[in-house]
Design a protein around this ligand. Structure first.
Ligand SMILES: [Zn+2]
Ligand SMILES: [Zn+2]
Length: 282
């Protein structure tokens, strides 16, 4: 009888323990699911703020470059007109600064000057500056292209004095190493048809307007700036694959994508246009 009582007592104690244990497990489970609820709420909060961030970016990405077009007003040989959401801009492409490449041209008397740069390997190439008729049709509302296209050989943009920009390649997509020795004091030179162009910093313009100045537009509508921003000299490592970034500039205080000139290759543009290039005819 005593033994039976002992067994019943042990079963009773064991049951109490098991109930206690179950309760603990249950309590823990609740705590866990409360935590999950909490973290789910946090995630929702993050999603909401992400959406707001995206909206803000959308607003910034809705660029409008019409405010800088007046820079081209009165530039000799440059004419432009607005056609709905495009600027049609044409240039005779004669540099408004001196160059040894005006030798033996009709502009020699006014604009010829011997090479006065620091490159001891400078050699005049056989080409001479000649008038061009180049027309760009450029969007006034540039935006990032879903597919980035490489820049063509020949003109890829127009600087604020009407001289065109070329990309970082010499003929056959080779490096500019040899061509560099034919760059004049302002780092431009003419191609075979007398088409003068800048592959790198248009020194005449950065001297005239500042190292951080607006220098022109690429054919996708995004502006080109000098090598300095907020007092810092930028190099290619500070820029994206297309040689630009988004930040506020003097002309675009709300921020805009823009290219920068750098002293190191690829100098002006990297892997292609960030936006969609308009037409370039000549
Ligand atoms: Zn060239
Ligand atoms: Zn910048």
């Amino acid at each position: 009888m005593m033994k039976l009582f002992d067994i019943l007592f042990r079963i009773f104690i064991l049951s109490i323990c098991m109930v206690g244990l179950l309760c603990m497990v249950n309590c823990n489970t609740q705590t866990q699911s409360e935590l999950e609820d909490q973290s789910y709420a946090d995630t929702e909060g993050d999603q909401e703020s992400d959406e707001i961030d995206e909206n803000e970016e959308e607003e910034i990405k809705n660029y409008d470059i019409s405010s800088i077009l007046s820079v081209f007003d009165g530039v000799h040989g440059v004419y432009y007109a607005i056609d709905e959401d495009k600027i049609i801009i044409s240039t005779t492409n004669l540099p408004n600064h001196k160059s040894p490449y005006y030798l033996d041209t009709e502009w020699e008397e006014e604009r010829y000057a011997e090479y006065a740069g620091t490159n001891t390997s400078f050699r005049l190439n056989p080409n001479r500056i000649d008038e061009q008729d180049i027309t760009f049709s450029i969007s006034l509302n540039p935006k990032e292209a879903a597919t980035k296209e490489p820049t063509p050989m020949g003109p890829i943009g127009i600087s604020r004095n009407g001289v065109v920009f070329f990309n970082q390649y010499a003929a056959g997509y080779s490096a500019l190493d040899n061509e560099i020795n034919s760059f004049d004091s302002y780092l431009g030179h003419p191609a075979g048809s007398g088409l003068y162009h800048y592959h790198m910093e248009p020194v005449y313009l950065t001297t005239a307007y500042g190292d951080d100045a607006f220098l022109g537009l690429l054919a996708d509508g995004f502006p080109v700036y000098g090598p300095v921003e907020n007092g810092e000299v930028l190099s290619s490592i500070d820029l994206d694959d297309y040689h630009g970034h988004v930040s506020a500039t003097k002309e675009f205080p709300n921020g805009i994508y823009h290219y920068h000139i750098s002293a190191d290759a690829p100098y002006l543009n990297g892997d292609g246009f960030f936006g969609t290039a308009g037409s370039i005819t000549r």
